[in-house]
Design a protein around this ligand. Structure first.
Ligand SMILES: Cc1cc2nc3c(=O)[nH]c(=O)nc-3n(C[C@H](O)[C@H](O)[C@H](O)COP(=O)(O)OP(=O)(O)OC[C@H]3O[C@@H](n4cnc5c(N)ncnc54)[C@H](O)[C@@H]3O)c2cc1C
Length: 638
């Protein structure tokens, strides 16, 4: 397996431009001869498909929703980072790079992170050109706010619906390419497997979710833009359809999986209120610009928040991290919320909640100003909880939100399977052990608008186009395997729904591989997952049939992959015997309870390689180098 990250030589600030000038190109007249499959139509997939088609490639784009516009990216709320320095507060490409590296606790590749910061400003220009209605100052200048882990204001936003507006922008470009015949859009189509021929990715097998038919599409390259796998926890802030299937099945065909245990547990979500819930709701991090987080100083204090006097409130982030206050990075905020709740200071019926309070912001800025920034988030909160956050503080608690792990990719975003690329949340590339807020949209669009369109040509130009078709025997073989897998799920005819089995797996994962982990818990989880998997394969019930719309069957297929993936996550977390970013191993903490890295042993990327269903995956460790941003202990206190 080729683990060469292909990082260009030279100083960090010249790597990307030097690479662009030296990589091979496909000429405009040859591009239509190359067919590229893009699986996913969220921000990374939509931007990739639109950009590749605009360059002239023949693109086929797949998604399981009924419209590309309904990809999960539409849920993104708070904003997108870019080093424009519009606020003149000292921002720069280098500072964005440094913040991201430090935020990720030095577990990301420097060269990729620097390129991300470099591309960031162009994304805003592109989005503005598409008509994305970013918030503006009175004079017309684009407005900015702060997100956690930074001391500048570099986050561009469209109130609390930035993802939706950016997706409308990307989709307007995609729609134009569909209309011009350069993109063939396959909605309600789920990729079930990858077809690798002679060591190269040559297409996919997919299921038509309306008719149940299993079909193939061949191509010269395949791009996976299939998002994150947070739903391994069952309860998360992600859309219900988010899953690991596409990247997991690519893994089983030879693509290495990197840092699967790196999962972001977001500090500000509406707490779970019981066992009936199927989903959790995010309250955007942008709220921490003005909202103050606190708990009662007294344990088990049952008074209304308004009855608790100022000197009996514990503004724990402001006290523990005076320099960053409520805007510490997510991993730090989440751990501290758990800590105060574990100490008995939590609020709400379960005791696992903290207050996010807008009283002071409304007093200082006025209701109108605060409303202008957050009204839709306030309304969303009120609709769910029946409490108006303008009158009473929000109650929040951490929940699984984003996955930094994903398919291993080199600097060109190519996986270990030649011709298979991964972009957006589906790859592992830019956020290390913790993603800073507003950095995912930036990565999705950097990958889709700027990086992939340049690097894919470097691969395609080395291969003749189109010499394989989907009626090839090798496609038929994979199709048959997929059909057999579906029949197996249908034929179990047990008693338990995919939802009930999934909830059980999710509970195990959040308890043992969630906000904090330890050796004993991880070993327990690794022992229990195979038993849960056995229960699934013996007692699953899938109603209906496989030749019609069948969401239970879709769920069951995705869950079958989550079992194996969950086990790999736990093995990865067990192997990484250090704390870093979101990966908090209780055995490794500083005297002040912060994550304690072991750079000597773990300043690397864990990349796992599949070796068969009954064998443990093999681990390769890609060493990370720190030239531009030397390793340092993260400090958000002083
Ligand atoms: C509530 C919420 C708020 C957020 N707010 C922000 C924010 O303010 N700023 C920020 O930077 N980030 C934010 N994020 C994170 C960000 O939204 C996501 O990381 C990002 O949108 C992921 O985009 P993507 O293109 O990688 O994948 P997605 O948008 O998840 O798209 C995945 C696509 O893949 C398709 N797909 C998946 N599997 C298959 C398959 N097997 N076959 C066919 N198609 C498949 C889906 O149909 C879909 O089109 C937020 C996340 C959540 C949950």
């Amino acid at each position: 397996m080729d683990f060469d990250a292909k990082i260009p030589d030279g100083p960090i600030e010249d790597k990307w431009t030097g690479h662009l000038e030296s990589i091979r190109l496909v000429g405009p007249r040859n591009r239509p001869k190359y067919k590229v499959i893009v699986v996913g139509s969220g921000l990374s997939g939509g931007a990739s498909a639109a950009s590749l088609a605009a360059m002239g490639y023949n693109v086929h784009c797949f998604c399981f929703q009924d419209s590309p516009r309904r990809a999960h990216s539409i849920a993104a709320q708070g904003g997108i980072n870019a080093a424009k320095n519009y606020r003149n507060d000292g921002d720069s490409v280098f500072r964005l790079f440094m913040d991201t590296q430090k935020g990720g606790d030095y577990r990301a590749r420097e060269a990729n992170v620097y390129r991300l910061a470099e591309c960031s400003a162009g994304i805003i220009d592109q989005a503005v050109a598409q008509g994305v209605p970013f918030a503006r100052e009175y004079g017309g200048m684009l407005a900015n706010r702060s997100f956690g882990g930074v001391l500048v204001q570099r986050t561009f936003y469209c109130r609390g619906e930035t993802g939706q507006q950016l997706l409308l922008g990307a989709n307007s470009s995609l729609a134009e390419q569909i209309r011009n015949g350069n993109v063939q859009m396959h909605t309600r189509s789920e990729m079930m497997d990858l077809v690798v021929v002679d060591g190269r990715a040559r297409g996919i097998v997919y299921r038509d979710l309306i008719t149940g038919e299993v079909r193939s599409e061949s191509a010269d390259a395949v791009v996976l833009a299939t998002g994150g796998y947070c739903n391994v926890y069952f309860l998360s802030t992600n859309a219900k359809g988010c899953n690991v299937t596409a990247i997991w099945r690519a893994y089983k065909r030879g693509a290495a999986m990197a840092n699967p245990n790196f999962v972001q547990i977001h500090p500000t979500c509406i707490p779970a209120s019981g066992d009936h819930q199927a989903k959790l709701t995010l309250m955007s991090e942008s709220l921490r610009n003005d909202g103050r987080i606190w708990v009662p100083k007294n344990q088990d204090d049952q008074r209304l928040p308004s009855d608790i006097p100022e000197d009996e409130r514990y503004y724990y982030l402001e006290e523990r991290y005076p320099r960053f206050g409520n805007l510490v990075p997510r991993d730090v905020a989440a751990r501290n919320a758990k800590d105060v709740c574990d100490s008995g200071m939590g609020v709400g019926s379960t005791g696992y909640g903290v207050y996010l309070d807008f009283r002071d912001a409304i007093r200082d800025q006025g209701q109108k100003v605060v409303n202008a920034k957050y009204a839709n988030l306030f309304e969303m909160y009120e609709r769910i909880t029946a409490d108006d956050p303008r009158q009473t503080p929000m109650r929040i608690y951490p929940a699984p939100h984003y996955t930094m792990g994903g398919l291993w990719v080199d600097y060109n975003l190519m996986t270990t399977i030649p011709g298979l690329f991964a972009v957006g949340e589906a790859n592992f590339s830019d956020h290390g052990a913790n993603r800073l807020g507003a950095s995912s949209l930036m990565q999705c669009l950097a990958d889709g608008y700027f990086v992939l369109p340049a690097t894919i040509g470097n691969y395609l130009s080395r291969h003749p186009s189109g010499e394989i078709k989907s009626d090839d025997q090798r496609f038929k073989e994979v199709e048959n395997e997929v059909r057999d897998g579906l029949l197996k799920l249908m034929s179990i005819k047990g008693k338990r729904s995919a939802s009930s089995l999934h909830r059980q797996l999710g509970k195990l994962m959040i308890d043992h591989c969630g906000i904090s982990r330890n050796q004993e818990g991880l070993e327990q989880a690794i022992g229990k997952i195979p038993q849960m998997k056995e229960e699934f394969w013996n007692n699953l019930s899938v109603p209906g049939s496989d030749d019609q719309v069948n969401q239970s069957l879709e769920h069951a297929g995705r869950l079958s992959d989550f079992y194996d993936f969950a086990e790999l996550m736990c093995r990865d977390a067990l192997h990484r015997d250090e704390s870093c970013g979101c990966h908090f191993r209780e055995e490794h903490q500083t005297a002040e309870g912060e994550a304690l890295r072991n750079d000597e042993k773990f300043a690397n990327v864990s990349a796992w390689q599949y070796r068969g269903d009954n064998r443990e995956a093999e681990l390769y460790q890609e060493p990370l180098e720190f030239e531009a941003a030397p390793l340092a202990q993260r400090n958000y206190k002083t």
